[in-house]
Design a protein. Structure first.
Length: 130
């Protein structure tokens, strides 16, 4: 069984109290460990505006996990994650060995230092460190 690195992004319904969201984050991490997988790092992003309303809010709570998991049991994991309340959306991204798990606040700081006034410059996106 080979474990691969993934980023799991989970969105929680913002209509829930913070303690319910904190409880559910622990439930998601417990579900991951129940499958024998590992949580390597986490990024508690918090409430952010979405492009459209998700259930009761346009400001869901974002939680991102850097994990090592086995793809063979992903279907069962997704089934179980899909019935965890108040998870409203989730997405799993496979990471290459060379990719780094970037935290949202770190990326925000990095982007503040870049001058986006001239997007015609072909090198502009090379300035974002991976």
């Amino acid at each position: 069984m080979a474990l691969w690195k993934y980023e799991l992004v989970v969105l929680f319904d913002a209509a829930n109290a913070q303690d319910k969201i904190d409880e559910t984050k622990k439930e998601v991490e417990t579900l991951i460990s129940d499958f024998g997988w590992k949580v390597l790092d986490r990024d508690d992003i918090g409430y952010m505006e979405a492009l459209y309303s998700i259930w009761s809010s346009s400001n869901p709570y974002y939680y991102s996990l850097h994990t090592e998991l086995e793809w063979d049991s992903m279907k069962e994991f997704k089934r179980k994650l899909g019935i965890v309340w108040p998870v409203v959306r989730y997405k799993v991204f496979k990471m290459k060995d060379t990719q780094k798990f970037l935290k949202f606040k770190e990326m925000e700081k990095e982007l503040e230092n870049i001058d986006f006034s001239d997007l015609s410059k072909p090198w502009i996106f090379n300035e974002i460190k991976a």
